[in-house]
Design a protein. Structure first.
Length: 222
């Protein structure tokens, strides 16, 4: 299956899920997760109209962003675990960090964004599933992190992101998606990044405004 066909199918799934939920597909941003795929796949997706791409590794994002710098209107979303000593590489125009999970990381990103003369859009990653090994802050830590971001002149918080516990049944993710939505609603946050190839319908049903889809667009990762 070509990237163009994969994208078309995923867009159809989003439209159908929105129709079932009585939502406008224009309110759901598709992040094409290109991690571990060569930049040529990013070009193919761009030619098929895709503009927003997701990456898990800082160095990979930076080198792909350089290699695709000629593609107009591209936005990069960092969706992996971010170490503070790598934050500097992400402080560049067109990058959104979806995985802020501590006050210290927020402070570091603010410092790097200021040095680069940017205001960086960010989301806070929340571990709503309560898994011990997962990244993301605990729900109890969220307000302190949001306060730190809101006090930072060079960060702009847009919403929350989560990765639910892995499962075979996408419906198992729904309570976690619903929990993220309630955390965002209670705090006046608009964007909800949740849902991947296997469970984007469940995420859209629970209010996702951003879905992060890799395999269903690009095929299995090499
Ligand atoms: C890899 C990844 C995705 C995409 O997963 P697929 O199952 O390939 O759609 C989405 N979100 C995060 C955080 C990821 O690491």
């Amino acid at each position: 299956m070509s990237v163009r066909d994969g994208l078309a199918r995923v867009r159809e799934r989003i439209v159908a899920a929105c129709a079932r939920a009585g939502r406008d597909p224009a309110d759901v941003t598709l992040v094409a997760v290109s991690k571990r795929h060569p930049v040529e796949r990013v070009r193919e997706a761009w030619e098929a109209g895709q503009r927003v791409f997701g990456e898990n590794y800082v160095q990979e994002l930076a080198s792909k962003a350089d290699a695709a710098a000629d593609l107009e209107g591209v936005e990069w979303r960092f969706i992996g675990h971010l170490q503070r000593n790598k934050a500097k590489l992400l402080a560049r125009p067109g990058v959104v960090v979806e995985t802020v999970d501590s006050e210290r990381l927020a402070a570091e990103l603010d410092k790097r964004a200021r040095a680069a003369g940017l205001v960086m859009p960010v989301l806070v990653q929340v571990n709503v599933g309560g898994e011990a090994q997962k990244s993301g802050c605990e729900p109890a830590e969220l307000d302190a992190i949001l306060a730190a971001i809101r006090g930072a002149a060079h960060l702009d918080v847009r919403g929350l992101m989560t990765i639910p516990p892995a499962t075979d049944d996408p419906d198992d993710a729904r309570p976690h998606f619903a929990a993220l939505r309630r955390l965002a609603e209670d705090r006046g946050l608009k964007e909800l990044s949740m849902g991947m190839s296997a469970d984007l319908e469940a995420a859209v049903a629970e209010g996702a405004t951003i879905v992060r889809v890799g395999t269903a667009i690009f095929g299995a990762r090499p």
